[in-house]
Ligand binder design. Sequence first.
Ligand code: 5GP
Length: 191
Amino acid sequence: MSAPSAGNLIVISGPSGAGKTTLLKRLYAECPGLKASVSATTRSPRPGERDGVDYHFLSPEEFERKRQAGEFLESCEVFGRGAWYGTLESEVAPSLAAGKSIVLEIDVQGAMSVLERYPDALTIFVHPGSLDELRRRLSQRGTDSQEAIERRMEVARRELDAADRYRYQVLNDDVARAVREICEIVGSPKV
Ligand code: 5GP
């Protein structure tokens, strides 16, 4: 008997505010067999976010302890100051070993680290449309201060420059189409 086929490791990045959250929600609802990896972070929960569901919310000390213990597949300080984000190996390895596909929604830096460990990962970059559109979405969301928005815009500009390091690029100007596209990509056989 042949061994069970391994699941796909799918890495999705795109500027914060690119509509990724909505897109991913629909992706999980419409594209069967996908599981979301729950990242760890030191940032505070936003209203409505739940520990262990949206993120594992950790104190900086706990995050650092896990980092030192080698529990992260990748981790980095995403906005240059304060908040750390990381993917726990325990979110990823068991799924892959069980032949299940798992989705990591992480930033560019994290995606590149994941590729070092899992070169076959399916990397997908989600484009927000335009930077103006991105600024509009971030302002509309109402969760970030003006300063935070400017910082996110700066990160977005840098991230857009990295888009061609991804295997696939998807334009999120129409959510339904973008979901279909990603669903086709993740359903495609491994190369
Ligand atoms: P937010 O604070 O808006 O939830 O996420 C901010 C950014 O952190 C997003 O661009 C997201 O891709 C990134 N991020 C979330 N989880 C991780 C992670 O585990 N690792 C890395 N490298 N980035 C992450």
